[in-house]
Structures are given as structure tokens and as C-alpha cells.
Design a protein around this ligand. Structure first.
Ligand SMILES: [Zn+2]
Ligand SMILES: [Zn+2]
Length: 558
């Protein structure tokens, strides 16, 4: 495709989301100016004990803060917006997105007390706006949260298109379809140079079912169980799912209460934006639940992912002060566990059964469909967009590999399909798409309000969790070169106490001998004595128990 000579190249920097589901974040750079595309979080994996959430490393953005013109949001999910509260500590930038995306993102930012640091700029479907160095066009797509966008960046190198998270739902609940015709127009004129596309379901054949099919199933499930109380758990941002739950509840003569903070907030937000329609008199406060008989009640709750402190998990363990599960209750889990959450969800389902509830989940009834495109839809997008080059985004590594393969099958030239990972940088110019180095893009672990707990801390936590700790405290007189009594040994999580007594005594003696010998050999500083204590104790522990607990020597000078 002919381009004017020497137009400014476009650089794309991937800061997260390529190699994991979550913490999606990228930069589109034109003429040295940066537009940030989403700033998401990831939920911790089982090998990250005590970590609340994981962020993209933001050092690249911090170091280049003066070049950042704006953040654009594809949609309101936390894996795309949850990191804003952290970014805004360092940067004061305008944030563009649909009104709903901004509303959802805003909650977390305001909770962090950073509400005054952001300028929220709502954009409408199909709007094209000058943002920093280029025009950005916001193209409607269907997804598991309403009012999601694909983004078309009109750059000096032509169109760079990002699909956002999408599916091609031909019967969406709100009638707002993925705007394939606009993408087709752009493909004809001026043409799409580069397509970045959602890889989440790239391993799945066929097409993702329409969201509206869930409504039909819910209706059937409700009608088949008259006289019984319903509790339905789903994502609090899935407004169309909530709409369909409410519709099914109303159709079976029920009223609806929300449970869980984000559920109540989001229902209110969506109603105020006219995205959620609830007939008058249907909503009631959960504290008034006793006024109604079981057959008149539907509770919509958070906790579909088995999150330990969520409303549903607390119900399952009998710890929810607002609602206790009764043996005749029907609990519908209208979601699919995201990778890593299967175990927690399974545990919640088990506990609900223990309380006598009937549990209807996506394994048994079609009470959930995905918000992401499968292979058929991914092919459709490529064939409509006809991109010159392609990069799969948003997925675990294997999803990216499958999506790249699919793009080649769809005749995108093989050398113009790049498989990128977090930290990779690419450059688009007259010659095409090529790699352009890397930037730091590690994981940033957040625990409580502490910024980054770091790899070292996590390694220690894993070791403590798996092997326990053995601590030795020894007092020494460095002048005289002698011990001030027998070293004290304390342990947690290493060996069972009664059997340990002889072992602890032996350990104390081994450390005492090692320290005495070291001082005879001339050691006179705390550091080298610590080393000797650690070595002697570590050897004994290894020999006697075949374990490798954390060894912590504490040498006290008298
Ligand atoms: Zn999403
Ligand atoms: Zn996502």
C-alpha cells in the first residue's frame, strides 16, 4: 500500500496482557507522544501468597510521564481499568472511554482518594477525536460489559486497530452490535495497516453463543422452580446478564435485591445511565427480605469467582450477616471461573450443597456464555479488516500462538504476523511491521496498600508456606570470643513439637559448637558468625528431616 514518504513511524509498547489474562496495558506512540491503551490489573495466581493483585510495571510510563497525552479505555473491566488508581499517583492525564467504562473505572480511583487527579472524558459510539498525536475512533463492539469499544488510531502510518475485548454477538441484549461495517469501510479506505486482536478464545472452534441465549435459559430455570428462593451470582459489571436475571425474576413473579457492594453500586450506575431497565417496585433492600415469601425473591450477588470475602463465599460458609442459605434455596452461578479460580469456585459450590441448596452452574445448564470471540469470529474480524500486519493480544501464551497461526491461515503475510510478549516493542513504518527492542514489563505485586512486595518477598513467602522456618538466637561476646549461653532455637511450620525436642537440643549444640570453633579460628564479626550458624544449622536440618526450611540466624552481641 503506497504511503507518503518519511511519515512518522508508529511505535507500540506492550506493558501487559500478552502471556497472561489480565493487567492489559499498551502504549501507542506517534512522534514521541504516548497514548496509553488500558491500564489493567491481574488477580493473583496460587503461587503468589498474600498478594491482593498484580499490576503491570509502570516504570516506563513514569519515566516518560511528560510524553503521555492520555489514557484510552476499551471497556470497563478491571483487567483493563483496575491499574488506573496506581498510574494516577504518578501521572495526571485525561482518560477517555464510554460513559459506563469511565463510571466503572472511577469507583476504584475514588476509593483510592485520587478522584481529583483524573479528567474523565466520555466518548460516544463511533466518535472520532483528536487525542494527543492522532485521531482515535471509538468503534462499538459486543462484550460481557456494555458499551465496549474497538479503537482505530488514525496515524501517519495509516490505521492501527485494536479490537478491545470482543465477540460478534448478532443478538446482543441492547441491540448494539459489533460495527463490522465501519471496520470494513476503514479496511477499504484508507486500509488497516496493523490489527491487534483479542486472543482469549483463540483455541476454541466455532462461534461464541449470543448473550441473549442466557436469558432464555434463566427464564426456564426460574419457571421450573416455583415457590423457591433464587440467589444468582454473576460479575457485577455484566449489566446485560443482570438485566436478564431481573427479566427472568420478574417473569416468574419475583422481586430483586442486590447483595455485595459492587453489585449495588453498578446497578445504580447502569440505571442512571439508562443501560439497565428495572420496572418500578421490583428492587427491594436486602434487609427487608423477610417481608417476602421465598417464591417472591431473587437476590443478585457478587462472588461468582469464589473470591474468599465475597457475598457468595460468605453465604456458603454461613458467615453472611445479611443472608443465610436455606435448604430449599436455588443458587445459580451465572459465570465461568477465570483460569486460576476453578478451585475456589468448586469449594463454594461444595459448601452450598452442604447447606442443602440446589446449585445451577454453567457445567450443568447454559447459564453462562463467554464475552470473547472464538475462532469463527476471529476469522471474521481478520477477513473484514484485511490488515497488512497482525499481533495477537490479550491471552496466555498458547492463546497468542493459536491466534497468530489463524492470522497466517487468513493470508496475513507470515513475516507480518508478530508474536509478542510483555515488554516487547514494535515499530510500524513504510517498510512494514518490525520488532524494536524491549522495555521493563515485570509483575508488580500489590499487598494491602504496599506498592510492590517484590520477587524476593514472594520467594520467602513460598518457602515459609512450604517448608516453615527455623530460627536460632545466639548471644556472643566478640571481645572474649565466647558464647553467652546455649543458642535458642525457635521454629514454625517445620516439625511437630513433641518429636522436635531432641532435635532442637541437638541443633542448639551444633550451632554452639560451630560458633565456638569459628571464634577460635578468629571470626569476630556478626555477619560471618551468622553465616557459620546458618550453615551448621542448615546441614543438620537437611540431614535429619530432608527438608529445607528457611533458616534465620540472629547473633546478638553482648
Ligand atoms: Zn473484558
Ligand atoms: Zn480483558
Amino acid at each position: 500500500m503506497a504511503k507518503p514518504p518519511r511519515a512518522a513511524p508508529v511505535r507500540i509498547v506492550f506493558l501487559g496482557g500478552l502471556g497472561e489474562i489480565g493487567r492489559n496495558c499498551a502504549c501507542v506512540e506517534v512522534d514521541g507522544r504516548i497514548i496509553v491503551l488500558d491500564v489493567g490489573i491481574m488477580f493473583p495466581e496460587p503461587d503468589m501468597p498474600g498478594v491482593d493483585l498484580v499490576l503491570p510495571e509502570l516504570s516506563y510510563l513514569r519515566e516518560n510521564a511528560d510524553r503521555v497525552d492520555a489514557v484510552v479505555l476499551t471497556h470497563g473491566h478491571e483487567d483493563h481499568t483496575g491499574g488506573l488508581a496506581y498510574l494516577l499517583r504518578d501521572l495526571r492525564v485525561p482518560i477517555y472511554g464510554s460513559e459506563l467504562s469511565l463510571g466503572l473505572a472511577r469507583n476504584r480511583v475514588e476509593e483510592a482518594g485520587l478522584g481529583d487527579r483524573a479528567t474523565w472524558i466520555p466518548v460516544a459510539d463511533g466518535e472520532r477525536r483528536r487525542i494527543g498525536p492522532c485521531d482515535v475512533e471509538f468503534i462499538p463492539v459486543t462484550h460481557s460489559v456494555p458499551n465496549a469499544f474497538a479503537l482505530a488510531f488514525h496515524t501517519p502510518q495509516g490505521i492501527v486497530m485494536h479490537s478491545g475485548d470482543f465477540k460478534i454477538d448478532l443478538q446482543p441484549v441492547d441491540g448494539r452490535r459489533t460495527d463490522l461495517s465501519r471496520i470494513g469501510e476503514l479496511a477499504e479506505d484508507p486500509g488497516i495497516r496493523l490489527l491487534l486482536s483479542d486472543s482469549t478464545n483463540a483455541e476454541e472452534q466455532g462461534y461464541t453463543l449470543s448473550e441473549s441465549t442466557v436469558g432464555a435459559t434463566l427464564r426456564r430455570v426460574f419457571i421450573a422452580r416455583p415457590g423457591r428462593r433464587f440467589i444468582v451470582a454473576c460479575f457485577a459489571s455484566h449489566i446485560h446478564r443482570i438485566q436478564q436475571v431481573i427479566d427472568a425474576a420478574v417473569a416468574s413473579g419475583r422481586r430483586v435485591a442486590t447483595l455485595g457492594r459492587s453489585m449495588g453500586k453498578n446497578v445504580e450506575l447502569a440505571r442512571s445511565l439508562g443501560i439497565l431497565t428495572v420496572p418500578d417496585g421490583v428492587l427491594f433492600d436486602i434487609d427487608e427480605i423477610d417481608r417476602f415469601s421465598p417464591g417472591e425473591i431473587c437476590v443478585i450477588s457478587t462472588g461468582s469467582q469464589g473470591e474468599p470475602m465475597s457475598a457468595l463465599s460468605l453465604m456458603a460458609t454461613g458467615d453472611n450477616k445479611r443472608l443465610q442459605i436455606e435448604p430449599d434455596d436455588v443458587v445459580v452461578i451465572s459465570a465461568h471461573p477465570i483460569p486460576g479460580n476453578e478451585w475456589s469456585v468448586g469449594r463454594v459450590i461444595d459448601e452450598l450443597h452442604r447447606r442443602g441448596a440446589e446449585v445451577v452452574h454453567s457445567g450443568a445448564e447454559a447459564v453462562h456464555v463467554s464475552g470473547h470471540a472464538r475462532q469463527g469470529e476471529l476469522r471474521t474480524l481478520i477477513s473484514v479488516a484485511k490488515p497488512d500486519s497482525f499481533i495477537p493480544v490479550h491471552g496466555e501464551f498458547r492463546h497468542l500462538v493459536h491466534h497468530a497461526e489463524l492470522a497466517r491461515e487468513m493470508d496475513v503475510p507470515s513475516d507480518q504476523v508478530l508474536l509478542c510478549e510483555d515488554g516487547d516493542t514494535v515499530r510500524l513504518d513504510e517498510k512494514g511491521l518490525q520488532r524494536d527492542g524491549t522495555v521493563p514489563a515485570g509483575y508488580l505485586y500489590v499487598d494491602g496498600t504496599v506498592g510492590d512486595v517484590g520477587h524476593g518477598v514472594l520467594r520467602d513467602r513460598r518457602l515459609l508456606a512450604e517448608e516453615g522456618v527455623v530460627m536460632v538466637v545466639a548471644t556472643v561476646d566478640l571481645q572474649e570470643g565466647e558464647l553467652g549461653g546455649m543458642p535458642q532455637i525457635a521454629t514454625k511450620g517445620w516439625v511437630h513439637a513433641p518429636e522436635a525436642e531432641a532435635l532442637l537440643e541437638e541443633a542448639s549444640k551444633v550451632v554452639a559448637d560451630a560458633l565456638t570453633q569459628a571464634m577460635i579460628d578468629g571470626a569476630r564479626d556478626v555477619e560471618s558468625l551468622s553465616r557459620h550458624a546458618r550453615k551448621a544449622l542448615g546441614r543438620l536440618v537437611g540431614e535429619r528431616t530432608r527438608r529445607r526450611p528457611m533458616i534465620v540466624p540472629v547473633i546478638i552481641e553482648v
